[in-house]
Ligand binder design. Structure first.
Ligand code: ATR
Length: 282
């Protein structure tokens, strides 16, 4: 019987996950189907009960349900618990287990442009202190080669302080203002934007003035729509290495796929599918 997988969120209409996962199932000869479910917030609990009753084998969770899903699960992985959000659920013989593959997916994609062994020598600046920042911060903190320091810059500095204070893993970190972050760029090797500033349709906005960015620094944006934000374009022109959000999207999906099926999907093929859809949308 065809196994059911899916995505729950609201809205989910533009998600690239179904195309990416269904292609991966096909390539590996797995009889499964991945379906996006747009769930009305008023029906959330009932919808989850329904998916469980249908025997769904696994699903991804996106905005606005990454926190709400947690009370419906039997077990939550410690990193997901620390992050306080779940983006991947596995049905293990009727027990629903929650994970967060966003942070790990991001770090995997970052390590395609940064040598893992050199991470401990890097000064990192993360912009934003929301859910995505938390997943990335905690996952960087949990690396064997922790960064030398992680600066966390946010419009509301208290939120950055709280995020650092709640991290269960000890790491050298400091909450800073956006103004201070601008100055810090001259000693930072990796800058990561986790806010939605610059995302379609607000493509003329930038999360941080890059005037002081170091040549050769990695400037990374988790946004992939547009593929090259104005900020990344400026980073490239300033001699930095621009890194967009496609890798994070693919890797978080690939990690979920592995948890569900025990098989590693072809991430190059996933990338092709995603880029084809994104370029088509232009
Ligand atoms: P996500 O879960 O996607 O990370 P979130 O939890 O809503 O989303 O967090 C959004 C982050 O982007 C926050 O850090 C937010 O800053 P505040 O904590 O000060 O609200 C930041 N952000 C959003 N819009 C912004 C803007 N126009 N300028 C600066 N920061 C912004």
């Amino acid at each position: 019987m065809t196994q059911l997988f899916g995505l729950i969120g609201h809205p989910v209409g533009h998600s690239l996950s179904p195309a990416m996962h269904n292609d991966a199932f096909q390539r590996l000869g797995i009889d499964a189907h991945y379906q996006a479910f747009d769930i009305d917030p008023a029906q959330f609990g009932t919808a989850i009960q329904g998916l469980k009753a249908l025997g769904i084998k696994g699903f991804n969770v996106t905005i606005p349900y990454k926190v709400d899903i947690m009370e419906h699960l039997d077990e939550i992985d410690p990193l997901a618990q620390a992050i306080g959000a779940v983006n991947t659920v596995c049905n293990v013989e009727g027990r629903y287990v929650g994970y967060n593959t966003d942070g790990e997916g991001y770090v995997k994609s970052l390590l395609q442009v940064v040598n893992e062994k050199e991470l401990s020598a890097k000064n990192v600046l993360i912009i934003g202190a929301g859910g995505a920042a938390k997943a990335i911060f905690y996952t960087l903190a949990s690396q064997i080669e922790q960064p030398n320091v992680i600066y966390l810059a946010n419009r509301t500095v208290q939120k950055a302080e709280a995020l650092i204070g709640a991290c269960p893993i000890e790491v050298k970190a400091e909450a800073v203002s956006l103004l201070h972050a601008k100055e810090l760029l001259q000693e930072v090797d990796i800058v990561i934007n986790t806010t939605s500033v610059g995302m379609h349709p607000n493509i003329d906005e930038e999360p941080l003035d890059l005037q002081r960015v170091q040549e050769g620094a990695v400037v990374s944006d988790i946004i992939y729509n547009p593929l090259e934000t104005k900020w990344l374009k400026n980073a490239g022109q300033a001699g930095a290495v621009a890194h967009n959000g496609v890798g994070m999207f693919i890797m978080q999906g690939a990690l979920a796929f592995e948890k569900w099926t025990g098989r590693a999907p072809d991430t190059k093929a996933m990338e092709e599918i995603v880029l084809k859809h994104l370029n088509h949308k232009k």
